[in-house]
Write a protein that binds this ligand. Structure first.
Ligand SMILES: N[C@@H](CCC(=O)N[C@@H](CS)C(=O)NCC(=O)O)C(=O)O
Length: 212
């Protein structure tokens, strides 16, 4: 049985849980409470020396980092494919580029906004909130352009789309209307919300998460 070490509000763990659900894989969820600093305990550091969730253990294989976990799952459990198929190198690269962009830019920016907005009135840096807000709006405009004439970012539904989902789903609670005047983003979000793996995703919240 696969074990997933995760903290439910973590957007990177959510990426992995969408992939597990899409592939119909069952697993034991091993909750790592970041608020209790479980991720710094020796047993957990033996699984991931960097002390971060998610970590996936599949029999004798231990993998950390959501992108690498999802690549492992694709290799080991290829059906249904969530990375464009071998032979379509351009789309495979495009899927990876978007996943990386979501992980290293979009998700952390929305995370910073969540952290800043969770501060009490008077302690909040309003100009930082405004800068982050504008930056997220620019990303949404960019995605709207990139989704022109296609249903998903790399053709078929893939890890590229999945990587955006966790933070995309909280934008309405942060004062955004991601679909307003962005017909392609509007259709994209609706198509993703049609998927059970996304509709039933647990842990989506505007709770600040350490390191994200
Ligand atoms: N690149 C990693 C990032 C994982 C990450 O930042 N996890 C956060 C929670 S969402 C974490 O474990 N933070 C604890 C810490 O940094 O101390 C991935 O994609 O899995």
């Amino acid at each position: 049985m696969i074990k997933l070490y995760d903290f439910l509000p973590c957007p990177y763990g959510q990426k992995v849980r969408i992939v597990l659900a899409e592939k119909g894989l069952s697993y034991d969820l091993m909750q790592v409470d970041l608020a209790q600093v479980d991720h710094r305990k020796p047993d957990f550091l033996r699984l991931n020396p960097f002390g971060r969730v998610p970590v996936l253990v599949d029999e004798e294989v231990t993998v950390y980092d959501s992108t690498i976990i999802n690549e492992y799952l694709e290799d080991e459990y290829p059906e249904p494919p969530l990375i464009p198929l071998v032979g379509n190198s351009g789309q495979r690269a495009r899927a990876r580029l978007f996943e990386d962009f979501a992980d290293t830019s979009f998700t952390p920016q929305v995370g910073q906004l969540i952290h800043e907005m969770s501060r009490p009135d008077g302690e909040r840096d309003e100009s930082r909130v405004q800068r982050l807000h504008q930056s997220v709006e620019r990303v949404l405009d960019y995605l709207n352009r990139e989704l022109h004439a296609q249903q998903f970012l790399a053709g078929e539904f893939s890890v590229a789309d999945i990587a955006f989902v966790p933070r995309l789903l909280v934008l309405n609670h942060l004062g955004f209307d991601p679909a307003a005047n962005r017909a392609n983003v509007d259709g994209w979000i609706k198509r993703m919300l049609d998927r059970q793996s996304i509709r039933t995703l647990e842990g989506v919240s505007t709770e600040p998460v350490p390191g994200a």
